[in-house]
Design a protein around this ligand. Structure first.
Ligand code: ADP
Ligand code: MG
Length: 258
């Protein structure tokens, strides 16, 4: 594999397509997507249910291969890599966050976050693994919940663990599929605040959402319909979650005092 230069786009897609063949029926889930995403971007991928968002995300995440077209991740062609190489790419360069958190139930927050380090670098000592997992959990504000199991935590806290898990291998790119889909409004703002903070620190994020309210926190909004991109624009007036949180808190405080 070639070594990419600093300004290689993280994602380059050219005329990408994915067709599912299920029995007699053919579903053209992605139909000719061309897209470039640079380092440091925070992109929302929007579109109605069935428009191909998850299919595209699975391809971006090297969980599935396109039927045709070109996909370069960090300058490296993904087509033709075998399972093992794809897994290495996933573990080394990508972090995933899902709507349903996907945490191991009877496992502490700390162990949930340690696991991806073990998978990508089995030779790293337990001690170093612990340290890195603790740091990642501190970064998402859960330094005081290391031994808690997912069932002992709120939805927002569980999503924070999932975000810590996504970050622990220092990925090039975080892929999030409807990360606030199971969260209430206030918690969604908190989680978007965390994503904005991570993005400000240089992490590239691609987030699927079908909610305009949530896409409004991203820097760029790509809209899909029927497997194609129908618009792609900068979000000039984006929402700032931390400011909104502070305003909400203030309003609650004054309501209490009144
Ligand atoms: P979205 O995430 O935008 O809701 P999807 O990418 O999940 O859209 O689906 C796009 C289209 O592909 C839909 O018509 C869906 O039914 C179809 N599809 C998705 N996954 C599969 C699959 N594994 N096999 C067959 N068809 C699929
Ligand atoms: Mg989907």
């Amino acid at each position: 594999m070639s070594t990419p230069t600093g300004n290689t786009p993280v994602i380059q897609l050219h005329d990408l397509a994915k067709t599912y063949e299920t029995g007699e029926v053919e579903v053209k889930a992605v139909r000719g997507v061309t897209l470039e995403i640079q380092r440091g971007e925070f992109v929302a991928i929007m579109g109605a249910s069935g428009s191909g968002k998850s299919t595209l995300m699975n391809i971006l995440g090297c969980l599935d291969q396109p039927t045709s077209g070109i996909y370069l991740l960090d300058g490296v062609g993904v087509a033709g890599l075998n399972r093992k190489q794809l897994a290495m790419l996933r573990n080394g360069k990508l972090g995933f966050v899902f709507q349903s958190f996907n945490l191991l139930a009877r496992t502490s927050a700390l162990e949930n976050v340690e696991l991806p380090i073990f998978y990508s670098q089995p030779l790293v000592s337990l001690r170093t693994r612990r340290q890195r997992a603790v740091q990642a959990l501190e970064k998402v504000g859960l330094g005081d919940r290391l031994a808690h199991h997912p069932s002992q935590l709120s939805g927002g806290q569980q999503q924070r663990i999932a975000i810590a898990r996504a970050l622990v291998n220092r990925p090039e790119l975080v892929l999030a599929d409807e990360p606030t889909g199971n969260l209430d409004t206030r918690t969604s703002i908190e989680i978007m605040g965390l994503f904005q903070e991570l993005n400000d620190s240089g992490i590239t994020i691609i987030m699927i959402t079908h909610e305009l309210d949530i896409a409004a926190y991203c820097k760029r909004i790509v809209v899909m319909r029927d497997g194609q991109i129908i618009s792609d624009s900068r979000n000039e007036n984006r929402r700032h979650a931390h400011q909104e949180r502070a305003t909400l808190d203030q309003a609650e405080q004054s309501a209490k005092l009144a």
